[in-house]
Design a protein around this ligand. Structure first.
Ligand code: SF4
Ligand SMILES: [Zn+2]
Ligand SMILES: [Zn+2]
Length: 333
């Protein structure tokens, strides 16, 4: 070791630390980081997913969890954790699913990482592309966006991610249906959650905030409820975990991500956390309390849903957003 360089030790053992948890004051080595993450994820999984001792269906088929993976670090850690925590149960089957948005140079390598990860964990891997769903590839959507926003007021100010988010949600629902999944697990981390909460609240959208996953206590009929077992784990810890474990992950960024409101929110959350460590946890605790108060006052946040006149999917509008966007794309062909 070069003179003058000191390595911080883990707060729980003599090994070198790989991460400093600012909000708890602890330094953790890779072993203790794994243990700490696993403990928090197991606890969260138990509270979001109430599995009976024997979760087999009446017909003898297993309880199926669709782990939505993207090739990125969050969903890689999600799948790795799920397999580690409940992968040995005979009454539970984990399937990995990946949506192909049709983004040149980005999706192919990330899809490969997702496939490799699923293979290495001996998990069945399924994919579904936007074109199979009847949407345009995202690269084409981006090309058509100026024409669409010229014609439709509702489309003004939409970002590529506004379209992609709607299409991905529908595609994941379709994957869940195809794989007969009982629940869908998503890799949202604590930073993602804090960003979403902030974005919704700054637009005054309480209803939208209380509808954020997990949905297991307020399921919507006909849809596999979404669970988010990593929601209390900061992004930096997930990154350190994925890196230390050598999970195959794609590091590239989507070329259409620039300018999204999430980027702004990302830097606001990061500086909030830097100024007062624990702020992200605070935002998520606040959401859980708002959700509880909202439920007491208004009941099930999903009660006002109906079926889309065109595709029959569940929506709060007459025609769902995905069908509306599909129409816009078709007329701009
Ligand atoms: S960054 Fe936006 S456009 Fe790119 S994959 Fe994500 S949601 Fe889709
Ligand atoms: Zn340690
Ligand atoms: Zn529809």
């Amino acid at each position: 070791m070069a003179a003058g360089i000191s390595i911080t030790k883990c707060s729980r053992c003599p090994k070198p630390a790989i991460l400093h948890q600012e909000y708890s004051g602890q330094h953790l080595c890779s072993h203790h980081l794994f243990r700490s993450i696993r403990k928090r994820v197991s606890k969260e999984l138990r509270s979001q997913l109430l599995l009976p001792k024997n979760a087999l269906h009446e017909d003898g088929s297993p309880f199926r969890i669709l782990a939505c993976i993207s090739g990125g670090k969050d969903s890689a850690v999600l799948l790795d954790m799920l397999v580690d925590i409940i992968g040995k149960r005979r009454d539970v089957e984990i399937i990995a699913g990946c949506v192909d948005e049709g983004i040149d140079g980005y999706r192919a390598p990330s899809l490969e990482c997702a496939r490799k990860l699923a293979e290495s964990l001996s998990i069945k891997f399924v994919t579904l592309s936007y074109s199979e769903m009847g949407y345009d590839d995202m690269d084409e959507v981006v090309g058509k966006m100026p024409i669409i926003s010229g014609k439709h007021d509702e489309a003004k100010g939409l970002m590529p991610c506004s379209y992609c988010g709607v299409f991905r949600r529908q595609s994941l629902n379709a994957l869940a249906e195809k794989t007969k999944a009982d629940v869908m697990a998503l890799g949202h981390n604590l930073d993602d959650m804090a960003q979403s909460i902030l974005m919704n609240l700054q637009k005054g959208e309480i209803e939208r905030s209380v509808r954020l996953a997990p949905h297991t206590s307020t399921p919507i009929e006909g849809l596999a409820p979404r669970i988010v077992p990593l929601r209390w784990i900061p992004e930096q810890e997930i990154h350190a975990y994925a890196y230390a474990k050598g999970l195959p992950i794609h590091h590239g960024d989507c070329p259409h991500a620039n300018g999204a409101m999430r980027q702004q929110s990302r830097s606001i959350v990061a500086s909030l956390e830097a100024q007062s460590p624990g702020a992200r946890h605070g935002l998520l605790h606040a959401l859980d309390q708002i959700r509880e108060l909202h439920r007491e006052a208004r009941g099930d946040p999903h009660s006002e849903v109906n079926n889309c006149e065109i595709c029959g999917e569940i929506t709060s509008r007459k025609v769902c957003q995905s069908c509306t966007m599909k129409e816009w794309l078709a007329e701009s062909a």
